[in-house]
Design a protein around this ligand. Structure first.
Ligand code: B1M
Length: 212
């Protein structure tokens, strides 16, 4: 569909104004928010990643594409997350230390909030101690995102810190992000792994025995 392709291209071009304008046009024309997210915005970011890998794009291009996507997500947020449902449990979520990628985490947060979880967003570049504090502060799930093969190892650092501080048994640990796999989750002793934002909801529900 032409409008979806226009949105995708606007993300690739890093044109936040056009991205927002086209998303608004799409919604007004009756396009589904999920379709805009998956077939235009995420697809556009995948292409940005490909261009970066091939040396056509550099960090500044990735950054302005991310800004365009973030601007569009602000519009989609209320549509993707149903308003305040039940309080299913408290989840503290952050991108691990050394890692500045936050778009995937924001999507996971949107979906979890929409499903009725209370979210404590620890932000990006989060050191292990902050996850430990969150566990002490009553979070039932400690959730971690990592986008880099060099930072995913910090997920294990967090799990080790939870153990060292005697709070590992109080929380369930959920992990995700592009380089993460179920086998990595098993290897480091995480309780759950989710490949995308939608399945993060299902896994979080399962971890707390709430459904799914
Ligand atoms: Co970076 N970057 N980046 N980057 N970046 C990647 C990740 C990369 C794959 C690009 C590439 O080479 N093709 C590559 C990593 C390679 C690797 O480690 N193997 C890379 C690199 C190398 C880097 C730098 C090192 C570049 C440099 O400086 N030389 C640098 C590192 C900075 C740092 O973090 N210390 C860097 C910087 C950046 C920007 C700051 C410019 C920008 C981020 C801006 C921001 O986030 N605000 C950026 C971007 C935009 C990307 C790409 C293009 C897009 C990431 C994204 O937002 N995807 C990315 C390439 C790619 O992914 N194709 C790339 C869209 C998002 C919706 O998907 O984040 O995967 P994703 O989240 C998904 C799932 O993974 C999952 O659900 C989400 C929704 O479905 N998920 C979870 C995520 N977290 C979860 C948690 C869960 C459950 C599911 O439970 C808790």
């Amino acid at each position: 569909m032409a409008l979806l392709e226009d949105i995708r291209q606007a993300v690739i071009d890093g044109n936040a104004k056009a991205t927002v304008q086209k998303v608004e046009e799409g919604l007004a024309a009756g396009l589904d928010a999920n379709r805009i997210l998956n077939d235009a915005l995420i697809s556009g970011m995948q292409e940005v990643g490909r261009l970066f890998e091939e040396g056509e794009y550099f960090v500044p291009e990735m950054l302005i594409a991310a800004r365009a996507m973030t601007a569009a997500l602000k519009i989609l947020r209320p549509l993707l997350a149903a308003q305040g449902v039940r309080a299913l449990g408290k989840i503290a979520i952050g991108t691990v230390q050394g890692d500045l990628h936050d778009i995937g985490k924001s999507l996971v947060i949107m979906m979890l909030e929409g499903a009725g979880f209370e979210i404590v967003d620890l932000g990006i570049d989060v050191p292990a101690e902050r996850f430990v504090e969150a566990a002490r502060g009553g979070a039932q799930i400690v959730a971690m995102s990592a986008l880099l093969t060099t930072t995913m190892t910090n997920m294990k650092t967090v799990i080790d810190a939870l153990k060292a501080e005697n709070v590992r048994d109080q929380v369930r640990v959920l992990i995700g992000g592009a380089p993460i796999t179920q086998s990595y989750a098993d290897e480091i002793g995480a309780d759950g792994y989710a490949p995308d934002a939608t399945s993060a909801v299902r896994v979080a529900q399962q971890l707390l025995g709430k459904a799914g």
